[in-house]
Ligand binder design. Sequence first.
Ligand code: FES
Ligand code: FES
Length: 900
Amino acid sequence: MTRVAFMLNGTPATWDGPPTARLAGTLRDDLGLTGTKVGCDAGDCGACTVLLDGRQVCACLVAMGQVEGRHVETVEGLAAGPLARLQEAFLAHGAAQCGICTPGMLMAAAELTRRNARPNRAEVEDGLGGVLCRCTGYGKIVDAVMAAVASPEVAPATGRAVGARLPRVDGMAKITGTDRFGADGVPADALWIRVVRSPHARARFQLGDLAPLRARLTAVLTSADVPFNGYGIYPDIKDQPVLADGEVRYRGEAVLALVGERAVVAAIRDDEIPIAWRPEEPVLGVEAATAPDAPLVQGDRPRNLLLEGGVKRGDATGAFASCAAVVEGVFETAFVEHAYIEPEAGWARRVGDRIEVHATTQTPYMDRDEIANVMRLKPEAVRVVPTACGGGFGGKLDLSVQPLIVLAAWKLGRPVALVYTRPESMAASTKRHPARVAAKFGCDASGRLVACDVRATFDTGAYASWGPTVANRVPVHAMGPYAMPHVRSWGEAFFTNGPPAGAFRGFGVPQAAIAHEAMMDALADRLGIDRLEFRHRNALRVGDTTATGQVLAHSAGLPQCLEALRPHWDKALSQAQAFNATSSVVRRGVGIGCMWYGIGNTSMSNPSHMRVGLSAAGILTLYNGAVDIGQGSNTIMTQIAADALGLPVAQFELVAGDTDLTTDAGKTSASRQTFVSGKAAEKAGLDLRQQILRLANAGPDATLSLDGAVLTVADGRAVRTLDLAIVGPLMGEGVFDPPTTPLDADGQGIPYATYAFAAQMAEVEVDTELGTVKVLRIVAAHDVGKAINPTLVEGQIQGGVAQGLGLALMEEYLPGRTENLHDYLIPTVGDVPPIECILIEDREPLGPSGAKGVGEPGLVPTAPAILGAVHHATGVRATRVPLLPHRLREAIQRKQGGHA
Ligand code: FES
Ligand code: FES
């Protein structure tokens, strides 16, 4: 033990403890400064960045012994000083999405702007290079820093709420470090859990004598302690145990939960945990899973098959014979990790006969029902209070810490917390499905698509998770956003001993888009038609019938997206041609990718229920059950409700996500919140407005104003006031469930009420000797129906593009080998190019103010565009992603050797 004296945010501080203790933990756990975040505890992510004597450091790497006599600055210290302008700029520019990286970004920016009052863009990128962001694509963060140093003014938001670039309504907490993420609000008297996980992908095991462990700990939980030891997304598939029972099916599966005081739990050595493992040969990959003699990953699942099904329209097989050109290809993708900067975290406590769960999640209501099922409680006995969510991207749609903290808190009657380590998060959580997509497309001599046949085969890992959703969604999207009369598409998912593959931004559609866009390029090249023009010729338009037999009645803006790209495309092509005329080793290429994306669940009820309340004291509240995971739904919902009601955003209070205080708005996934919950919020605002107008006997054009408990309704020259203390509280309700129909055996029906469309263009530079690809620029044109908040829409697109770049060129999760952010690389600020967003507003009448959704569409076309650009530069068509340098180099060499 030693005493460390230092300056903390300008104030003298002392701390007593071991000199090897890390600064990050000390700040958070001992000094209560949880604005400093921990994303990896290993120096890889930069979330813990603070200033030490004015220089940015990773606080998770700094020993307290090194802090003696020095000056530590954290995000909590920024607000008081001149650097508050940086924070304001972050808010104004939408630089904080989920906000988990924001304190680290701010500290890195603070160091930079102190030593360089006018940094240029490259210097800003360099200064922020040590901090990872998984949400924003970095562009708006760099914009914010540039704006903060360029001007002391932050443009005020003006105009009506819908369509305005309003700052996030929940942004202040993100830029001051006061937002409470899953690990930030753990009660001081909480017990902690450490989960013992399988080191094997497939094994049987026996637990030894647990008595010695139990003597040292408060509890050791096994499968026998779980009331119903199975959970899963689908009501009829509860195949994943909370704690494995004698058998494990993937590396990282939970086996035991050690519960006790934090330091005691952490001190248990692995060799003190009595588990006798009997490893078995794992079933890795779909080929192994579908081999005739393959062992069954789950004993009751013949052929290791989770699900299969497809779409059939016309006669694809016969139609190929009439085509002027037919192309084929097989494309493979890898497991991809979500890599949200906030690892899974939360805590629970028992309150009488109820359990209260505070955890990071995308789906509080599904969590509530699933926890109730595992615990054999009624759903009403479970309260889920979502913490701030430090990124999700689909990965926090599955349960993680919840069942174990609930089980322990319920049994022990004490608060219990669990915060995953980074390696644990990566080993235990779901992944993007690896896919093998075999595609065949044909067109006529004029370049009109005639037929396609696509078979998408997915590795769903050890448990079902969202596998059925992926296998269902992909056949509907597999032909791409194009009109063609003859379609056969098939999706199938097989169990393996890989990590459970779940939901990840796009539900399989990004994998399928790599295939259909490569086919578009190949057909266009075969016929000598410009690749953009080929897509424009075939783009789905209003009035067209999709492969499921759905007539697109409104809002199909792909042609407009392509037209918006065309000038950029033409210019980029000629620039690449000019560059390549004088460069042989480094080659430039230009590529294009298109997509469509059905908003919301596939052919399933998909309701959202929102409420807007006005209390007797005049407090206006949006009760919003939709979780904001960084995408901005808190702000979007408020903007929509405000305009529907006719009162300003600034007067709204927000109650978000708490299952005791809100109504079920469904999960934050499938790009559905703006379209579905936004419509519900609009209806709730309109409902409250109608009630007010009735009470005031006013017409539909009346204007409202609220001052304390006095509501003034001005209708022409008639002005009436309502005293809410007398009128009593009012509540507006809105429910929306998008109209869809089930798909029949041939996949015919209406799977989605509306679709988003997009086209993106990528310019790349390829070093043909090294196989490296540098993405120079992305232009992204997206039909979003209506941009409720253009800043947030652009943020979604830019963040999606960055993840699409990772999918195309960098990211491959290998169990046991890439379970940290050092070996698993996600794009840094230096990897993400300038991203220009073009917003097309082809109004969707069903949506709020015409809006659709954009969360997933931002990612889907990026990999196809980059891979198309690589092909344009090198002639190599990537068939396996990520297109790592060694893969591309080998492919180029094969091609140069005449083998490809
Ligand atoms: S938490 Fe310190 S670098 Fe990630
Ligand atoms: S805003 Fe950067 S990680 Fe979410």
